[in-house]
Design a protein around this ligand. Structure first.
Ligand SMILES: NC(=O)c1ccc[n+]([C@@H]2O[C@H](COP(=O)([O-])OP(=O)(O)OC[C@H]3O[C@@H](n4cnc5c(N)ncnc54)[C@H](OP(=O)(O)O)[C@@H]3O)[C@@H](O)[C@H]2O)c1
Length: 335
């Protein structure tokens, strides 16, 4: 069996961590890299970069040639209109699936979707992620596939949750959602461990799977703030931001983005996502399918992410036949 995994999105927050985890677990990685991001991919043993993009079908054929599996992490997470998201999250995905389907034997295919896909009516992003899942299911034929739906993922290199936690650590907590809203969270290494578990599980029922951390039922804003407060040993001032104010800021941001020419993160659709009362995910189907279980409660993930005490380590799942491998999940700092 091939030892090589094709990875897209390797220059992004989640993909970069995933590449390190795959290499540490003994897989070879072939990563799709856009020319504008080539400087962000370091040379590493076992890592091969393929220049290209999701718009360039020829590069996708080169990317997937002879691989055991495709892990599709690339995605558009910022944008103002539906086309900004659909061009990557639907059309780009379809091109990649097409390239994978041209192979014999067919590789396994993992799509990094999003919990947002559960509520596609909320935003162009959420809708594009749902459409991507549906396109994959419709196109896959006899190719084994799964779509993972992580909730908000945090960890080193994250540009969305990290600034919020940093601010909380300094004593101010902007509350962006409803007071009683609940959301699941996931530490990035747990997500990577889920991908490794899927690779190591010989096969898995095709379908869509949710993920969350060890906290069944998710967190309220107050519970999250209380955990940061306990970790930092300081009082944190809550700063509730009313929906109307967030919407106004989002509208101004979209207008400025159009003027200056950047892809906006805070949009009216993102505000609807932020104000949604239920982003609680459920691990049980994925755990039953591949045996993966999260290892990072929020406190542990935050300590690691923020450098609040725990030494940097990578949770890895070794290949059963990798030198010294047992197939067990290990943490380097626990070895
Ligand atoms: N972060 C979260 O909380 C979260 C939660 C749930 C699901 N997800 C999903 O996880 C995936 C990765 O998210 P992330 O937070 O790591 O995002 P990110 O940091 O913005 O990374 C996105 C990656 O996709 C690549 N990409 C975008 N458009 C591309 C194109 N047309 N062709 C080739 N590559 C392209 C980017 O390449 P460049 O470096 O060249 O721009 C980058 O490597 C996304 O699909 C997202 O929907 C994320």
């Amino acid at each position: 069996m091939s030892r090589t995994i094709a990875v897209t999105g390797a220059t992004g927050f989640i993909g970069a961590m995933l590449v390190d985890c795959l290499l540490a677990a003994g897989w070879n990685v072939r990563a799709l890299v856009r020319s504008r991001s080539a400087h962000r991919i370091a040379e590493k043993p076992g890592l091969e970069a393929v220049a290209g993009s999701l718009e360039d079908g020829e590069s996708l054929h080169r990317l997937v040639q002879g691989v055991a599996a495709v892990v599709h992490c690339a995605g558009a997470v910022r944008g103002a209109i539906a086309a900004d998201f659909n061009a990557v999250n639907v059309d780009g995905l379809e091109r990649l699936v097409h390239a994978a389907l041209a192979l014999s034997p067919r590789p396994r295919f993992l799509l990094l979707s999003s919990l947002a896909a559960r509520s596609p009516e909320l935003s162009h992003y959420a809708s594009s992620k749902r459409q991507g899942e549906l396109a994959l299911a419709a196109m896959a034929e006899d190719m084994e596939w799964v779509a993972l739906r992580p909730p908000a993922v945090y960890g080193p290199g994250d540009k969305e949750m990290l600034p919020l936690f940093q601010l909380m650590g300094r004593g101010i907590a902007p509350v962006l959602g409803e007071r009683h809203a609940r959301l699941s969270l996931l530490y990035v290494e747990d997500l990577c461990a889920a991908v490794l578990s899927w690779l190591n599980a010989g096969s898995c029922r095709c379908g869509v799977y949710e993920l969350n951390d060890t906290q069944t039922g998710g967190y309220s804003w107050d519970e999250t703030i209380a955990k940061v407060s306990a970790l930092r040993g300081r009082r944190i001032i809550r700063l509730p931001l009313p929906a109307a104010l967030l919407k106004l800021i989002a509208l101004i941001n979209v207008a400025v983005a159009r003027l200056i020419g950047y892809a906006p993160m805070l949009t009216p659709g993102k505000v609807r996502e932020l104000r949604h009362p239920d982003w609680v995910a459920d691990n049980s189907a994925l755990t039953a399918a591949i045996g993966w279980q999260p290892a990072f409660p929020l406190e542990r993930g935050l300590r690691r992410t923020m450098g609040w005490g725990e030494p940097g380590t990578v949770a890895i799942e070794r290949l059963p036949d990798h030198p010294g491998g047992t197939g067990e999940r290990v943490n380097r700092d626990e070895e």
